[in-house]
Design a protein around this ligand. Structure first.
Ligand code: NAP
Length: 260
């Protein structure tokens, strides 16, 4: 199946590591141009170099996305460099453990800044360009929006907000032919996941307990599986899909708990 991405330009936030890295690489493997946007020039460059070594096209833009000006810069850089933006993948985020008891009003607001503000800011600044290309937006959410996790109010609120914005933007952008969808991962082994599991008491036991409850094949989802769905939704092949929240989680969030 030709996804029709050739020479189209896609911004991937947090595109240097984990899920974002897999998305960046898949876009380029499908002939698209990936703009890897993340806070570390070194990490971004590693991914860009790997893409170019594989025969693909990519550039990096270093940005701490929690800062609204940085989001504006990412869009301006991309527009100036390529003259077009065909898609935005809002992926960067951090499960930062700002709980009701453990956190504070200041930490809660800072968590929203790290996890949801840049989704809005980037979409806002990208909109004039997406209107020109009838481009589209894919957000990466989390099952935490449905299930909770405990001790992570800022992250959970952000991920719930991202689901709401998916429907809201899908409606607002109908007149422009811009589609908006969200992909929900649950348990994917990435640098973020490793840090999170190691922050818990008995991480190995906890990991085994989680994996045992993933219905489909009792294994974690791979970053590549999240990327496959994301890039499908970015492409014109999913041309009548908008406002959808798609769970790529081996059935972890929804299937019957009594399955053994
Ligand atoms: P990851 O391994 O930490 O990779 C994320 C990348 O984004 C890193 O390079 C990180 O930089 C960068 N980044 C994060 N916040 C940033 C910011 N404010 N400005 C600039 N760069 C930033 O994370 P991941 O596990 O791939 O997660 C990607 C997305 O999937 C997130 O939205 C997460 O909530 C969601 N998700 C993941 C899982 C899972 O099981 N892994 C489950 C549910 C949802 P640093 O390395 O410098 O932090």
């Amino acid at each position: 199946m030709d996804l029709g991405l050739k020479d189209k330009v896609f911004i991937v936030t947090g595109g240097a590591k984990g899920i974002g890295e897999a998305i960046s690489k898949l876009i380029a493997a499908e002939g698209g141009i990936t703009v890897v946007a993340g806070r570390s020039t070194e990490d971004n460059n590693k991914t860009v170099e790997a893409i170019i070594a594989a025969g693909g096209q990519a550039v990096e833009v270093t940005a701490e996305l929690g800062e609204p000006d940085a989001c504006k810069r990412v869009i301006e850089f991309t527009a100036q460099r390529f003259g077009r933006i065909d898609g935005l993948v809002n992926n960067a985020g951090v499960n930062d453990g700002v709980g009701l008891e453990s956190g504070s009003p200041e930490k809660f607001m800072a968590s929203l800044q790290k996890n949801i503000s840049h989704y809005y800011n980037l979409a806002h600044y990208a909109l004039p360009y997406l209107k020109q290309t009838k481009g589209n937006i894919v957000n990466i959410g989390s099952k935490v929006a449905d299930t909770g996790q405990g001790n992570t109010s800022g992250y959970a609120a952000s991920k719930g907000g991202i689901n709401a914005l998916t429907r809201e933007w899908a409606v607002e952008l109908l007149p422009y032919g811009i589609r908006v969808n969200t992909v929900i991962p649950a348990e994917v082994w990435t640098p973020l996941y490793e840090t999170w599991i190691n922050s818990l008491p008995n991480p190995e036991e906890k990991l085994a307990a989680i994996v045992a409850k993933i219905p489909y094949e009792r294994r974690m989802t791979t970053s590549e599986e999240i990327a496959n769905m994301t890039v499908f939704l970015l492409s014109g092949v999913s041309s009548h899909t908008t406002g959808q929240i798609v769970y790529v989680d081996g059935g972890y969030t929804h299937l019957d708990r009594s399955i053994s």
